[in-house]
Design a protein around this ligand. Structure first.
Ligand SMILES: *Cc1c(COP(=O)(O)O)cnc(C)c1O
Length: 340
């Protein structure tokens, strides 16, 4: 196949280092959330990399995602549990369901399903059975590997964190679950109290920094790169791009690169993004397939050359108005994933 004119450079060593840093901070077993195709990096390669480092717990959202990992020989949990439609895949044993509702629990019991995980809702009111349902015996008869819950506000200082933590801790010993798990990336930074037996980071593995406490501990993993399609001189007074939002105040060297919002370089980067360590500012609107850079600082850059887009996730989220999660999962399929 023809090489794509845009690629995502993925730093395998940084991914592994981030997993180790999170595991060491939590000081308990450390899994990995690899839903949404490994947050856009490619779940199969993420799993291969982290399994080689010793990771033994992987989390996806759906059975379709679990099927993509079958054959890698690693334990996978499916966060959305089991619908009727999922039962053939679930009974085939490729992964464990995370049961979220009394109906899912009944479905799993009726089918004589084996090991499972269970999500308890401790206050987020998204997914999970209630602590009362757990106390009144809903889970009796299940073979539970991991009892888990999820924090609504892990990335901010909120009284909800301690409240959810204590509701969860109160369930210790109430079920036959082998392990308890509460913490995503941000919750790992809240301290050992939040770690229980297993932590489940996603974002921070991939270079996201959800809170100040993790700044400095997490390395950048992904860098989009794009090829220059045309270099031109834009004369003073001329404009660049859709709706002519950018006007040259002086003769300006401009490079048009093979990247746009259809690739996940969203319109929020218009006039605000940059490449090559801040030396090449984005000018004008980001188009579907193209971005214009002011390359006055780079006399040697020519048609066909590659430029690296500035993509420190925290900074990129700040300037684009997107979340770090959206920036990762929005990276498009035209951008070739290149593991290094
Ligand atoms: C996505 C997810 C995680 C990982 O969260 P991050 O914020 O990306 O670290 C952990 N647990 C559950 C239940 C999730 O849905």
């Amino acid at each position: 196949m023809t090489a794509a004119p845009a690629r995502l450079r993925i730093d395998r060593a940084a991914l592994t280092a981030n997993w180790r840093a999170l595991r060491d901070r939590a000081a308990v077993a450390c899994g990995a959330a690899v839903k949404a195709d490994g947050y856009g990096l490619g779940a199969v390669e993420v799993v291969r990399t982290l399994a080689a480092a010793g990771c033994r717990d992987f989390f996806v959202a759906t059975w379709h995602e679990a099927e993509a990992l079958a054959g890698l020989g690693v334990p996978v949990s499916v966060l959305h549990g089991v619908r009727d439609e999922d039962m053939p895949a679930a009974m085939s044993g490729i992964a464990r369901p995370v049961l979220n509702t009394p109906i899912q629990v009944a479905r799993w019991k009726a089918a004589g399903g084996g090991a499972c995980d269970v999500m308890v809702d401790t206050g987020m009111n998204r997914l999970g059975v209630s602590p009362d349902e757990v106390r009144t015996g809903l889970l009796e008869g299940l073979s539970i590997d991991t009892l888990m819950s999820h924090l609504a506000c892990a990335d901010q200082d909120s009284p909800m964190n301690a409240a959810q933590r204590s509701r969860f801790a109160a369930l210790q010993g109430v079920t036959t679950a082998r392990r308890m798990s509460l913490a995503n990336s941000a919750a790992i930074a809240r301290g050992r109290d939040y770690a229980f037996d297993l932590v489940r980071p996603g974002l921070a593995l991939y270079g996201g920094v959800p809170c100040d406490a993790l700044a400095g501990a997490i390395a950048q993993v992904v860098t989009p790169e794009a090829q220059i399609l045309q270099r031109r001189t834009v004369r003073a007074g001329e404009t660049v791009g859709y709706n002519a939002t950018w006007t040259a105040t002086t003769d300006t060297e401009v490079a048009i690169i093979n990247l746009g919002y259809a690739d996940g370089y969203f319109r929020g980067f218009s006039d605000r993004g940059s490449a090559a360590g801040g030396t090449l500012p984005v000018i004008g609107r980001v188009s579907m397939d193209l971005v214009a850079l002011d390359v006055s600082a780079a006399a040697a850059l020519a048609e066909g050359d590659w430029v690296a887009i500035d993509f420190d996730l925290r900074a990129a989220a700040g300037i684009s108005g997107m979340s770090q999660y959206e920036l990762l999962t929005g990276l498009g399929s035209r951008v070739e994933r290149c593991w290094q």
